[in-house]
Design a protein around this ligand. Sequence first.
Ligand code: NAP
Ligand code: G4F
Length: 335
Amino acid sequence: MRKIALVTGILGQDGPYLAEYLLSKEYKVYGMVRRYSNPNFGNLDYLGLTNKIEYVEGDMTDESSLYSIIKNIRPDEVYNLAAQSFVGGSWEMAKLTTEINAIGVLYLLNAIKSFCPTAKFYQASTSEMFGLQHDNGFQDEKTPFHPRSPYGISKVYAHWTTVNYRESYGLYTCSGILFNHESPIRGIQFVTRKITDGIAKIKLGFSSKLYLGNLDAKRDWGYAGDYVEAMWLMLQQKTPDDFVVGTGKNHTVREFAQLAFKYAGLDDYKKYVISDARFKRPAEVPALCARADKAEKVLGWTPRVSFEELVKMMVDADLNRYKNKSKIKGDKSKF
Ligand code: NAP
Ligand code: G4F
């Protein structure tokens, strides 16, 4: 019998990589999509997966749709990747962010508890929960949370709800506290993709400048394709638990930009990058860096793709995209 997995957020960045991984393990994959007149299958198309998935319509803010999906599919595993995941936008959309990322998880867990309590549940928690750390060091499963945005706060609620449903009802629920992970299909608003997309536009003459916010922020950036394996591993253990997942190395936004511009043959990034207050946040998370020893010890997980390889992969992908496009008018740097 093929195992059945339900993946929410299937159209985002992680959804397609996870689906690809699960399909390689012979799972039947259901992807939850919101009600749209024109859903965007671009990321699934990029990996050649669009026709390999069963789609179900549902919304994290609509309790009844989640109940129906769980009741009808009765999945073996549920991966909750759906979220309003853009930190920068979460101040302007704090209520929506909370409804999707926090209350939506409560709805989904209640659906599992009521209709399919044997299903194993993965919650996409985040290093943003650590937020402000004063020692500029590493964060692991024992590090206290200090979220700095409505997004971070919503994820802390979802994280503790996931833990609580394990402790209260004995459900198999895991929370993966993942540090930043990127890829050629990363959303265009996030800084790494914004940089590599901007470089391709500059290199091919579609644009001349790149407007960024805080260049001194440090992040622990890994490759999304590596991280989905950790999600799956968490649901294959004897007992459910929570795990930090990251590379253990961090870099500034400036270093990412410097390396990416250089790799594209644009030697001095300073000629192109402009600091723009529009992209600075009301409260910044200055530095994050994972200590993922537990994931290595218990799950046997380590990242494969290095920072340098990731930067090159993303620059190459965006250069290829723009080479295949006709000249576009103007600059889409509104994000
Ligand atoms: P992403 O690209 O933003 O994808 C999120 C997906 O959630 C989108 O496909 C979106 O659907 C869907 N979604 C949003 N609101 C929804 C709603 N109300 N109902 C149903 N679906 C909804 O995010 P990602 O980078 O793949 O990340 C996956 C998850 O991991 C997210 O929960 C994120 O917060 C978390 N996370 C990400 C990272 C990272 O570095 N990438 C690190 C830690 C944790 P549409 O396509 O219809 O908009
Ligand atoms: O790429 P970012 O928007 O990612 P951020 O805020 O770290 O959040 C991402 O990773 C989290 C894991 O820790 C996820 F939970 C979350 O869903 C998301 O995937 O920004 C990274 C850093 C920030 O410090 C930001 O202030 O880059 C800085 N930055 C500088 N200039 C910029 C820009 N960020 C964006 N998006 N755009 C800029 O122009």
